[in-house]
Write a protein that binds this ligand. Sequence first.
Ligand code: OGA
Ligand code: MN
Length: 213
Amino acid sequence: MEELFEQLAFSINPLDESVIDDILQNGHSVIDGFLEENLVLSLRTDLLKKYEDDCFKKAAIGNRTNETIKTGIRGDFILWIYEHTTDYSHRLFLDRINDLVVYLNKTCFLGILRTEFHYAVYPEGKFYKRHLDAFENDDRRKLSVVCNLNEDDWLPEHGGELVLYLKGTAGEVPKTVYPFPGRAAVFESRVLEHEVKAAIRQRLSITGWLKTR
Ligand code: OGA
Ligand code: MN
């Protein structure tokens, strides 16, 4: 029995344990190395190829039933990742997300049943103004997951930071998350307002949501 428990414990990614602890305690988590270097590299290579091949579209705000493009609010371009993709790097990415989901469902009873993810390119100078990820007409998005795919030489002075507007006991506490490659931010979609600041160079990410039915 003890042996079996050890096996189970062994298969859990220790990073995911800290994600869950952070989410339960603070409603958000920032994890360096959430995606390993090789995966970041293959996702970035794939993203850039598809971006050059013109597969991306201008991101809109709202969902399918009330979608509008407002460049004053967000200036990124996106490409949705197909759930049943056979693309190798996409499969590795979705497997990584699935590991987190399995563990989340086991420990937090969140009832995550679906995920949706898209690549995002923010051209130089583009941003996404402060917003909430849950829609008024659809509250299935539980957790938002932002994974950064930038080059290794990304510096804080390049900008592009994700700002999480945390609620402290004494008011709002903005938390700055620089978009270093492999780093992920996970937070409650219905609760945490956030924004993406403009960068002085092209900013790459893969962003998505863990959803209930
Ligand atoms: C979003 C979002 C952050 C990012 O797409 O809703 O907040 O860093 N994205 O891509
Ligand atoms: Mn968002």
